[in-house]
Write a protein that binds this ligand. Sequence first.
Ligand code: ADP
Length: 435
Amino acid sequence: MNRNWHGAVLRRLLLLVSACLLVGLVTGEYAWALVIGLAGHLGWTLSQLLRLHKWLQEHKPDEPPPDGYGMWGEVFDSIYHLQRRDQKVRGRLQAVIDRVQESTAALKDAVIMLDSQGNLDWWNIAAETLLGLKTPQDSGQPITNLVRDPRFKEYFESNNFHDPLDLPSPLTDRRRLQIQITRYGNHEHLLLVRDVTRLYQLEQMRKDFVANVSHELRTPLTVIAGYLETMLDNVEAVNPRWTRALKQMQEQGGRMQNLLNDLLLLAKLEATDYPSDNHPVDIELMLQSIKSDAQALSGEQKHQITLQVEPQLKLKGSEAELRSAFSNLVFNAVKYTPGQGQIHIRWWGDASGAHLSVQDTGPGIEAKHLPRLTERFYRVDSSRASSTGGTGLGLAIVKHVLLRHRALLDIKSTQGQGSTFTCNFPPMQVVRPRP
Ligand code: ADP
């Protein structure tokens, strides 16, 4: 086809030159005949080019091209066919886009597309009801200007979207949203927002129930424990047959009190996302006092407890919560390590933040238990745990306290050799001495 076209153009030019030469032969002016002939051809070509340009500039869709002559007619037709083909492809693509947009518009979850700068590109109708986005005013606005919660800003800028974020809706506090971000293409973001109000309310009810039951049980238990203590203080007035039973009752009462205290502490930790105070805490001092408490707990078992701290390295957070987490780890090491065993507490800082590790030479924990260890009431060996008087809530408390301080718990253990529990705090929580 192309070769034909080239041939036709060449044939026409040859014809023109031959005609000019014929005229030259008749008139004897070859040069003039050629110049006039070629100039005429150039003028005609230019006029066709201008017609093409005018049509390309002004034509409406579907308007056929003007009639062209010779090779120009073919050029006009080819461009027209190309345009028609392009229109068909575009029509098909538009139909696909329309279908995708219709289906996402029908979704109850909000779908929001952001460009690489985090500005709004496109969103569905649910995004307007859940987040209050307005069409078209908000188009091109940074998402962090429209969802103003500091937790969202921090989540968005952290670039770590492994876990979703739960937030109250910017429109009403009664609605709870779960936001999940996915990166795609060229640093663009896709935001999926779900309404999880019902789940949140159920979770809230569970927490309130546990907190209320624990609170209500505390008073009767205190009364019973008080009477048991009084009776055991006057043990000579009690029938000797009851002494053993009373002692056991007192012991179990103490366990129940510990359990309630731990449940209440967990409920308190769950009630808010961040600790109320965020002052630098002197970890060195705290660990020294935990060490001496651990030594007292060890008593006759004579564990060798060593402490290695980087002086002046402090942590932002709640002193009471951190003390509770760290002492849980150290007391666990004492409880589960046989007498004379070694326990090493280490507190240090590096480029990735600050770390507290508690290493023991206890029995260790089988690898299959490690992922579940921080679950409430999870015990590796229930018979052994009941003899240590543990509540099964210690590591759950540690995990919650650490989450509130943006830290993570890492557990390494080899059976028969011992365990190492490490709390890893990010640099933003660390306060270093001024150089
Ligand atoms: P508990 O009150 O039973 O100690 P925790 O939540 O503190 O509950 O610990 C959960 C379980 O993890 C314990 O029952 C115990 O089996 C295991 N565990 C915790 N710390 C250690 C440790 N240092 N060495 C061995 N096992 C441990």
